[in-house]
Structures are given as C-alpha cells and as structure tokens.
Design a protein around this ligand. Structure first.
Ligand SMILES: O=C(O)c1cc(=O)[nH]c(=O)n1[C@@H]1O[C@H](COP(=O)(O)O)[C@@H](O)[C@H]1O
Length: 243
C-alpha cells in the first residue's frame, strides 16, 4: 500500500460489531496488511472481554474500545482506569454525563497510564455528543432537547473540551462547526459513514467517506458497509481509494 493510502487507512476505524471472536477474527484476517484502526464495541467486548482486545494489540492494531461510559463520576473514573490498563488507543464516554464525569474519566486515565505499551502515548479520551442515529425530530420531540442537532453537538463538544478531553464522536455534518468552536487539534471521530448508494440502516446523520474527510474529520468509523459486504477487503480498499 502506498504511503498516501496508508495514511488514509490509519484514519479509518472498522467497527467489529460481531457476536463472537471467531467472526471478528475472520474479518480481521480478511483485512490483513491494511493498517486500519479497529473498534471493539459492546457486543464483542461483553462476550469476549479484555482478552480479545489484547489479541488485537498483539497483532499491532490501533484499537478504539467503544463502551460509551455514562455513570456517576466515581464509577466512570474506575472504568477509565481499567480501560487504560488494557492498553487501548482510544475510548469514549457520553458527554451527557457532564463535566465532572468527564473530568473523572480523565483522572482515571492519568492514574492508570504508565506510559508503557503505546509508544509513550496516552489513550485518546473522547466523548459522544449526539448519536449519529439521532435525527432532528428525535432530539426535539422524543429526547426533549430544543434547538438544532448541530447546536446540541457543539455545546457538548465545548463542554468536552473544557473538561480536558481529546475530542468527540459526532457526525461528519458537524465537524466544521466543532473545529471552529474547539480548535483544529480537537479530535473528531465520525460514524454514520455511508458510501454512495449504501444502505443507511439505523443511521440518521450520514456522509460518504470522501465527504467526511473533506469536512476535516480526523477519523471515520465504518461498520456494516465493510462488514456486511460480500468481500469486506474489497469494500475497504474501494473506500480508501475513494478518498
Ligand atoms: O461511538 C461510536 O462509535 C458511535 C457513535 C455514534 O454516534 N454512532 C455510531 O454509529 N457509533 C458506532 O459506529 C459504528 C457504526 O457502524 P455502521 O453504522 O455499521 O457503519 C457502530 O459500531 C456504532 O456503535
């Protein structure tokens, strides 16, 4: 893979939303040699646990552990300590837990981080703003938050930044406003990515991979357009080539 394509692949986070290690490992095997980031979420972590994460780290992958913690500060601090000890490269909490909760997560990272195993880098700690499945109508009529989705996302992003976290999860539609409000160095991780013509499924705020990177996002998260493809490797390669 050329240097250019490698640097694109490193910013694509493939979501391993599988029920067990066997299926997830089959997908990882099919992507061998492509330096993408891998995301372990609730489904896989709750069934296979830290051992699966350790296996990905042994293979040299960057790992995003997506457990979206949202609890009282003391509990989240403890969770962040445990996650940091797993040696993952990125993990997340919900910004809706508030500033004190996010600061507690930060403290948990600082307490547990030893500097070992990650080339001296702390894990990126990011906060989910509004889920990419949330539409304008859902936000206003069901959840009961007034204003536009973009306003709510930027408010959460500013809160996240003030708590000392590294960045947010949002849709690519909000990246420009987030970077304006929080600075170019504030990391954006954007799911809700759909190549043109792909099934939208339960996502609501979507963009194509190339549109998302054109907005200036740092990472895109892509699951089903790759994992649900007949040939996942070809699907990922086509996405990399499209950017
Ligand atoms: O935190 C996340 O990763 C996340 C946040 C969000 O707002 N929306 C969202 O889709 N995700 C995750 O990103 C992945 C998207 O998967 P696909 O919709 O299959 O591409 C899933 O694993 C979700 O859990």
């Amino acid at each position: 893979m050329s240097e250019n394509l490698t640097s694109v692949a490193e910013r694509i986070i493939v979501a391993l939303d599988y029920p067990n290690a066997r299926e997830a490992e089959a997908l990882v095997g099919s992507l061998e040699g492509i330096p993408c980031y891998l995301k372990v979420g609730m489904q896989l972590f709750y069934s296979e646990g830290p051992q699966f994460v350790a296996g990905l780290k042994e293979k040299g992958y960057n790992v995003f552990l997506d457990l979206k913690m949202h609890d009282i500060p003391n509990t989240v601090k403890g969770g962040a300590e445990s996650i940091t000890r797993l040696g993952v490269d990125m993990f997340n909490v919900h910004a809706a837990g508030g500033k004190q909760m996010m600061e507690a997560a930060r403290e948990g990272v600082d307490k547990a981080w030893t500097g070992a195993g990650r080339n001296g880098k702390r894990p990126l700690l990011i906060a989910v703003t509004q889920l990419t499945s949330t539409s304008q109508a859902t936000l206003n009529d069901e959840i009961g938050i007034a204003g536009t989705v973009e306003e709510a996302v930027v408010r959460y992003a500013e809160l996240t930044r003030s708590a000392g976290l590294d960045g947010v999860v949002a849709s690519a539609l909000e990246v420009v406003r987030i970077k304006e409000a929080c600075g170019a160095g504030f990391v954006t991780v954007t799911p809700g990515i759909r190549p043109a013509g792909a099934d939208i499924g339960d996502q609501s705020r979507i963009m194509t991979p190339s549109q998302a990177f054109a907005q200036g996002t740092d990472f895109v998260v892509i699951g089903r357009p790759i994992t649900g493809a007949v040939d996942p490797r070809a699907a990922l390669e086509a996405i990399v080539a499209s950017i």
